[in-house]
Design a binder for this molecule. Structure first.
Ligand code: F6R
Length: 588
């Protein structure tokens, strides 16, 4: 679970009483501090934190312990009305050991339990009716050492069902080593778990039947498989993950794309008045590429929205609108709430999600999985290219059904898509060359990334990857926009990365490169392999095989990923767990 948060970690076990151990920093720090401890127990829980309320420290790490020392709680999410609850508790004489909202909620539960002389389960149910915010909670009770109680609203929770044992986690990856049978807990549900019993209830205390699903996930998929880092493994997996994403869907011989989620809703999709892509971060960049593709092929107006902005303004959404929600994790809180908002206003929601069974996959009306396999490296890489592959297939299918693409172009693009995995392999062969380029520029203070058309979002993605992994300030811009401001940054110290594969903007971007050279900027360019024009101008080049401009971003992004990775490792940074980040952003 460490990839979901790693600023501190802690465990609680019950073994003749409640024992809680916590440490600031990565799990390894905690592990080291526990070497000499007896950690045997029949019930226990652990947590890795991404700080919201209170700086990363031993005392703010989870699990938290209630004032009476009997209850322990771990919590993901944010309790929005915690300040008011805290004041109520302070008025009653409670004191707090941490700065967290979690400790407030825990003592609130304890207080209810004491006042109502009730068990933990009932106290939790009462407490949750007053709580505003998102959470997944897991509790241990020293008076009931065989039981774990959990509750969910807005943050993910999966329960693994083993033989005489149960497991709880934020996603399925740590569970698959022990069992492939899982239950996804829904919002407003409570799970009361013993080694050999799982009871699921709603907040009205009614029992629910757990729906057990079988996971189709192999252990090897969440291991490093001989690579130094997950990020590198995931970059190198891309020929396979793109292939997996196309497999069973794209048939070049038959000239077909088979996607049930699209086919079953084709009328809604092809008659959409407007498509709104909603996403965050790297997934938002995939949405930007898709905007160009959908408008070009389907002639449907497209808007691309940051989920976090869309949800808080008063967006105009009409029943004829199709929302395409893009998310690797399927658990990004901002995206989930934006979907809920659009749904309320009658939009049709189509999810493009990587994690099977995740919240976004479940709340969408229809969707298509990206099938990239688990992405553990905190910086998104293979999920991005798989998102592009899926979104391109959807656009092609809709365009064909709508009659906005002729058969020749359709067949050509099917073939171009089909060739991407092989061409991606060719790009990866340059990794040593890109490592040398990384060594040359790793000490730069700033980077500028420029691209036009389909490659403009790739420039944004390149800049985001570098920022995340190397902590170097980087900005992505449409290449033509640079003369309206960012060009003021250019001097002989500034590396400018051009994503400049051969496309309909090529001559224009060549002029932009000249403009940078004229101001002594250092030019690093991602180019098509036979491009002698840019080779003659750039300080360094990274080549990709020729491809139609519509599918080229799946190739041109790979050198960007490798460049960030190598700058990161040459600076001796933890590329899989960059500071301040977490893999799934399940808080707003
Ligand atoms: C960047 C990165 C983030 C995510 C963003 C959305 O490398 O990983 O920007 O893309 O947090 O996450 P998902 O796609 O899980 O909704």
């Amino acid at each position: 679970m460490e990839y979901r948060g790693y600023d501190s970690a802690g465990v609680a076990i019950i073994n003749k009483g409640l024992h809680v151990y916590k440490k600031k920093g990565k799990v390894a720090n905690l592990e080291e501090s526990l070497v000499a401890k007896d950690m045997h127990a029949h019930a226990g829980m652990g947590h890795t934190r991404w700080a919201t309320h209170g700086e990363p420290s031993d005392r703010n790490a989870h699990p938290h312990v209630s004032a009476n020392g009997k209850l322990a709680m771990i919590h993901n999410g944010i309790i929005e009305n915690y300040a008011r609850l805290k004041q109520e508790l302070i008025n009653k004489g409670y004191t707090f050991k941490s700065d967290t909202d979690t400790e407030v909620l825990l003592n609130f539960v304890q207080d209810i339990q004491q006042n109502n002389h009730c068990g933990l389960e009932e106290a939790l149910r009462i407490a949750l009716k007053r709580v505003v915010g998102a959470y997944v909670l897991v509790l241990l009770d020293a008076d009931n050492p065989d039981t774990i109680i959990a509750a969910r609203k807005g943050s993910p929770l999966v329960i693994g069902v083993g033989k005489g044992e149960h497991f709880l986690a934020s996603d399925a990856s740590p569970i698959i080593e022990y069992t492939k049978e899982v239950v996804y807990v829904n919002d407003y549900e409570l799970a009361i778990i013993k080694a050999d019993e799982l009871v699921l209830k709603n907040l009205g205390n009614e029992k629910l039947t757990p729906f057990i699903q079988k996971l189709d996930l192999q252990l090897a998929a969440i291991e490093k498989g001989g690579y130094d880092h997950f990020m590198l493994k995931e970059i190198f997996e891309q020929p396979d993950t793109i292939f997996d994403c196309l497999r069973g869907r794209l048939d070049v011989q038959a000239s077909t794309i088979t996607m049930a989620g699209v086919q079953n809703n084709i009328d809604k999709l092809k008659n959409a008045d407007r498509i709104v892509m909603i996403a965050c971060g790297t997934s938002w960049h995939a949405g930007l590429v898709a905007e160009y593709i959908f408008e070009e092929l389907c002639r449907i107006p497209v808007e691309v929205e940051y989920a976090s902005e869309f949800r808080y303004r008063n967006p105009v959404v009409r029943p004829g609108d199709v929302i395409i929600a893009i998310s690797q994790s399927g658990e990004t809180a901002d995206t989930i709430v934006a979907i809920d908002k659009a749904k309320e206003q009658g939009a049709f929601i189509f999810g493009v999600v990587n994690v099977v069974g995740s919240s976004i996959a479940r709340i969408s009306h229809a969707g298509a999985y990206t099938h990239a396999g688990p992405e553990i490296g905190v910086a998104s890489t293979k999920a991005f290219t798989a998102q592009l592959a899926v979104l391109t297939m959807i656009a092609l299918k809709v365009a064909q059904e709508k009659g906005t693409i002729d058969q020749k172009r359709y067949n050509h693009l099917l073939n171009e898509l089909h060739e991407i995995p092989e061409k991606a392999t060719a790009v990866l062969r340059q990794s040593e060359h890109i490592k040398k380029i990384a060594a040359k520029y790793k000490d730069a203070r700033d980077f500028l990334y420029l691209g036009r058309g389909y490659n403009f979002p790739v420039a944004l993605e390149g800049a985001l990857k570098l920022k995340e992994i190397s902590y170097i300030h980087a900005e992505g811009y449409p290449a033509a926009e640079m003369k309206h401001g960012p060009i003021a940054l250019v001097d002989e110290h500034l590396p400018v990365v051009f994503v400049a594969t051969r496309d309909s903007y090529h001559d224009k971007i060549v002029s932009n490169i000249q403009e940078i050279k004229a101001r002594k900027g250092k030019v690093l360019a991602v180019i098509t392999e036979d491009d002698t024009t840019i080779t003659g101008m750039a300080d360094d080049t990274m080549v990709v095989p020729a491809a139609d401009e519509l599918v080229a971003p799946m190739l041109s992004v790979i050198p960007m990923q490798l460049l960030s990775y190598y700058v990161g490792i040459l600076k001796e940074l933890d590329v899989d767990k960059p500071r301040n980040l977490a893999k799934s952003v399940t808080v707003e």
